[in-house]
Design a protein around this ligand. Sequence first.
Ligand code: NAD
Length: 372
Amino acid sequence: MSNKDGKILILPGDGIGPEVNKALLRLINSVNNHTFYNLDIEEGLIGGASYDKFKLPITDKVLEKANNADAVILGSVGGPKYDSLPFNLKPERGLLKLRKELDLYANIRPAKAFNALKEASSLKSEIIKGMDIIVLRELTGGIYFGEPRGIEDLDDGQRRGINTEVYTTNEIVRLAKVGFEIAMERKGLVHSVEKANVMESGILWREEVKKLHETKFSNITLLNMYADNCAMQLVKNPSQFDVIITGNLFGDILSDISAELTGSLGMLPSASLGDKINDRRKSLYEPVHGSAPDIAGKNIANPIAMIMSFSMMLEHSFYDQTTSKVIEKSVENVLENGFRTKDICQDDTKEVSTSDMGELICEEFKSLSKNI
Ligand code: NAD
């Protein structure tokens, strides 16, 4: 294969962010040395780290770099040191500003059961066996952003809280399109999830997804499911799902349920995607976990979520499933060989540090990448 150039912006952030980032940098170095990639890395500040230097949770310069990069990857932001800052200077505002700037409307949260960790799930191992789900959540619309919203005083002395669930054709169609495209590279099954039985926005969602399916993606199997049933089915029989597409509120809840099925926060990656223009897509990759102040600085954090976020980057920003799968397989093999960071360690496994886990995955990658 010909060389693949790419410009990546890395924002390590706060707490364990810089620690898991070190493990990632080592892997990117291996990817550059042992495959056809030539990835150019630039680092920037976000969150508390940015506030400490610039008194802002993200600077315009970093936003500009993010706009010009082929992909952005972030560690985590936040920590008790910044809790008393005014709302608009809090570390999390930097992340929200970045997501908004890049107009990232499609949030992908995979939940895959690693065989070696099947005992870590809250469900019986035979139920999660073979589970490999993508929850695709609409991220910039729906009830979290809809107007009118607010809390108002009523004449009789009561108060009323208001939020509005609202979706337009465009918002539904662009999200569903990403879902069908992802399903095409997987098992070819999409569950579209809403509450069309009680919500007009759900009726519109169902109609627009159906229309898009009939006109452009009829080779994919489309099933409709109500959100409450979906929550139940996820804990009853998660293996029935391939790709779930849903709005912001239901996606928030369903992606947390599916995440919990895998058993560990330190293992979960995510991707947020914007529009694809000339094959180039605005994108941000980040672990689902936060800055974990309770374990920061101890070299015990699990770097796998960060590494798997990079694997997602190769798949969704560089359209390369092969190298992405080799990274996933490297992680799987290291776990199968019994190595674990503290958070996922069990009696019969060997505890290793953040940096050792990164090194083990790198070594495995070097050996498996001979087949790329
Ligand atoms: P958290 O995810 O940071 O930690 C929750 C628990 O999981 C902690 O016990 C932590 O030690 C453990 N944990 C998390 N990631 C781990 C890893 N990779 N390896 C091993 N253990 C891990 O959530 P929290 O404690 O609610 O939040 C801490 C800070 O992070 C807060 O300031 C919060 O606002 C911020 N936060 C940031 C993000 C983000 O950057 N996207 C997401 C969530 C929370």
